[in-house]
Design a protein around this ligand. Structure first.
Ligand code: CMC
Length: 424
């Protein structure tokens, strides 16, 4: 193993160099503080590897994304979402028997405990579905205790099976329609669409085009290594908090507009541009203006610096899905295309290597599928679920895992005497 040498004042510190399976190099600083008394400072963690992981590989410079070694382009074109769940969580592509057994287990756990339905009554109809989703997922821990390994295994199945039911119920709550129970003869995606769009008053059959589009969208979101929500899941899980509590925390982290919440904001931004007369250049100017807090939502990525491979797939699919759904013209898609064009030629965006990310085109497709805008981040969460579970499980199964506990450089007041209230 090669070593790096760090010299500071009279201290000479040797740092082992860890090399990943794709040749990525990292200085191992795990003994730095005990050997030298010094820590590292990396706000936003842009230079910090928090773990080693076998699950997902990203090369942001080359626009590469692979789940367990398989390129995202191949998986998105050929796999089914439940297969991807299996791959991410268990590390290999399932055989036919393994997949059939896995699907069977998922279908037999889609129902929610009837008492949980009462929780939905307590939310106002305006409640954001992400608020409901995170609370409901955390609440699953009140019903399904994590007593041993077998229970954890079953809870993983329960979580994947029940989250679409929770998500669809949260939507039905906001529109005041009766909950539609899961239907076990449908596929994972078909069942979700059925619970979302069926009403008891008339028959509903799942349009295959929607089922295919949803399958692809969920796959594209399924894992993305140590992003904000996944790191949150690992952070919370590192205290040995249970699976539901850890994933509930991840859902909340995803909600923010800089992360998964961006897909909702993209559509809102495109609508705003349209209502404002469609002057795309004006909004590009605004995004560059340092006195304005406006950002082009769906642009930029911490890791991807050339293109986001997921956005590339989605851009092409947006055209196909809209055509299949018979939508000849979507004014928001036109604005999105213009925005992309203007931004990609603009020096500000070129210099900073800001490109459309996965959230830029996913909203256009979800809109065409008649998924309401407020549900977009919930859709992201449904897709990211197997990734969070796989990362949580990997951390938990690692005998070297420790509680995550970063340090800080204190910059506040030095010691001073307390002033009693009467003297202030
Ligand atoms: N519009 C305008 N300027 C931007 C944008 C944007 N969307 N994104 C980054 N910049 C500028 C930023 O102002 C900064 O400029 P300067 O160097 O002059 O100060 C520079 O680019 C670097 O930005 P940063 O904020 O330091 O980059 P980051 O790596 O910390 O943030 C990001 C990454 C995705 C949060 C950010 O690009 C952003 O806010 N994008 C919009 C929100 C968005 O689309 N989020 C979804 C990300 S993909 C889905 C997911 O996995 O979460």
């Amino acid at each position: 193993m090669s070593k790096a040498n760090l010299t500071f004042e009279d201290k000479k510190i040797e740092l082992p160099v860890v090399v990943g399976s794709e040749g990525e190099e990292a200085f191992d600083i795990s003994r730095l503080r005990s050997d030298s008394g010094i820590i590292t400072l990396d706000p936003g963690y842009a230079n910090t590897g928090s773990c080693t992981s076998d699950i997902t590989f990203i090369d942001g410079e080359k626009g590469i994304l692979r789940y367990r070694g398989y390129p995202i382009e191949q998986i998105a074109a050929q796999a089914e979402f439940t297969e991807v769940c299996y791959l991410l969580i268990f590390g290999h592509l399932p055989t036919r028997e393994e997949l059939a057994a896995f699907r069977q287990r998922l279908t037999s756990h889609t129902l929610l405990h009837e008492d949980m339905k009462k929780f939905f009554e307590g939310y106002p109809p305006t409640a954001h579905p992400m608020a409901i989703l995170s609370s409901m997922v955390s609440s699953l821990s009140a019903y399904y205790v994590e007593s041993d390994e077998e229970a954890i295994d079953l809870n993983i199945i329960r979580l994947i099976a029940k989250t679409p039911t929770i998500a669809a119920f949260s939507f039905k709550k906001t529109v005041g329609q009766p909950f539609i129970y899961p239907q076990n003869d449908l596929s994972y995606c078909g069942n979700f669409l059925h619970m979302m769009f069926a009403v008891p008053a008339e028959p509903y059959s799942v349009p295959p085009v929607l089922e295919r589009a949803l399958n692809m969208l969920l796959i594209l979101h399924a894992d993305h290594e140590q992003n904000c929500s996944t790191s949150t899941v690992r952070m919370v899980g590192s205290s040995q908090a249970n699976l539901f509590a850890s994933i509930g925390a991840g859902i909340n982290a995803l909600w923010g507009p800089l992360h998964g919440g961006a897909n909702q904001r993209v559509i809102e931004m495109l609508q705003q541009i349209r209502q404002d007369g469609g002057d795309v250049a004006k909004y590009v100017r605004l995004a560059k203006d340092k006195d304005s807090s406006f950002r082009l939502m769906g642009f930029g990525h911490r890791v991807y610096k050339n293109f986001d491979p997921r956005a590339k797939i989605l851009k092409q699919s947006a055209d196909e899905v809209l055509a299949e759904l018979g939508i000849e013209h979507d004014p928001l898609l036109d604005i999105a295309r213009q925005l992309e064009q203007v931004a990609l030629e603009d020096e500000y965006f070129v210099e900073r290597r800001l490109y459309p990310n996965v959230d830029f085109y996913s909203g256009i497709i979800y809109r065409a599928m008649r998924i309401p805008t407020q549900m977009f981040t919930v859709m992201f969460a449904l897709g990211r679920l197997p990734g969070w579970i796989a990362q949580w499980k990997e951390m938990r199964d690692d005998p070297h895992s420790r509680i995550n506990r970063p340090r800080q450089v204190y910059t506040g007041e030095g010691e001073r005497d307390f002033v009693p209230l009467a003297d202030r």
